[in-house]
Design a binder for this molecule. Structure first.
Ligand code: FPP
Ligand code: MG
Length: 293
């Protein structure tokens, strides 16, 4: 499908901010900064930062401050991919069509690059040029989403422990909500918070982000079955090989597609009060159902 033009504009703006908010490769010690930059600039879609910026834009046309949470979340996302690819976890050689961090720099450097990106994320949120109360609210939103209680690390643990086992649809939903939806939800809610949204609006956008995040992981599962490694830039078919808990495995491929459509519709309902101001967020929800990478 054709991506809306604002995706490309946002992606270019995000890349410029990421470059500015990260230490230069020449800073001491250069090897860690080189490894951090290698993974951040390895060709990610930037879907989380784009969501953060476009949510902020619903409430404020000036999204300069929202670049801080947007980049912070991309740092956390990148750390999670570097660590997920390590031999002790998914043991993958290929990510976004390039050698994974540990293949390129060795395991020690990959572990430390992930640690450093996670830490840089919180430094970046703390530096956002908005009111201190809003910075603290963003820190809470994002750290909870990355953590163990219904957050990314908790979901990753449950995912590992479910490998090779039969799993209930409820347990599967818990894994996907925690592992992937939480950080996507925080991309949306931190964008709203940064742009001065009211508590009622933040709650509404959080619900939008939660459905969208679950949708994102359901389509990730579908793509692992339907697409080639070349198209995805990572090893396709790994979920079945590793007996992973996925929507196609638990519900079948047809039902998984149906669930994806239902989640997109559920997300879009939350945007009703914002009318045309939310048309870009609607386009993102539609894109996430149809995406092929
Ligand atoms: C692909 O994102 C990534 C996911 C669908 C998230 C999967 C979750 C984990 C790997 C959690 C790992 C957690 C730990 C703590 C190791 P994407 O398609 O946006 O990737 P892109 O940035 O390459 O486009
Ligand atoms: Mg994994």
């Amino acid at each position: 499908m054709m991506l809306p033009a604002f995706f490309e504009e946002d992606r270019i703006a995000v890349d410029a901010s990421l470059g500015r908010l990260m230490p230069a490769e020449t800073m001491q010690p250069p090897s860690i900064h080189t490894a951090m930059r290698y993974s951040v600039f390895a060709g990610g879609k930037r879907i989380r930062p784009i969501l953060c910026l476009e949510t902020a834009r619903v409430f404020n046309p000036d999204v300069a401050a929202a670049h801080y949470p947007a980049c912070a979340i991309e740092f956390i996302h990148t750390y999670s991919l570097i660590h997920d690819d390590l031999p002790a976890l998914d043991n993958d050689d290929l990510r976004r069509g390039k050698p994974t961090s540990h293949k390129k720099f060795g395991e020690a450097a990959a572990i430390l690059a992930g640690d450093a990106l996670l830490t840089l994320a919180f430094e970046t949120i703390a530096a956002a040029p908005v009111d201190a109360n809003r910075r603290v609210a963003m820190l809470t939103e994002i750290s909870v989403a990355a953590g163990t209680i219904n957050g990314m690390v908790g979901g990753q643990v449950a995912d590992l422990e479910a490998e090779g086992k039969r799993i209930t649809p409820e347990a599967l939903e818990y894994i996907h909500r925690s592992k992937t939806a939480a950080l996507i939800r925080a991309s949306v809610s931190s964008g709203a918070l940064c742009a001065g949204a009211t508590p009622g609006d933040v709650t509404r956008l959080r619900n939008f982000g939660e459905s969208l995040g679950l949708l994102f992981q359901v389509t990730d599962d579908i793509l692992d079955v339907e697409e080639s490694s070349a198209a995805l830039g990572k090893t396709a078919g790994k979920d079945i090989a590793q007996q992973k808990a996925t929507y196609p495995a638990v519900h079948g491929l047809d039902r998984a597609h149906q669930i994806a459509n239902e989640l997109s519709a559920k997300a879009i309902v939350e945007l009703a009060p914002y009318g045309d101001r939310a048309s870009r967020l609607r386009e993102i929800a539609e894109y996430l159902v149809e995406r092929r990478t």
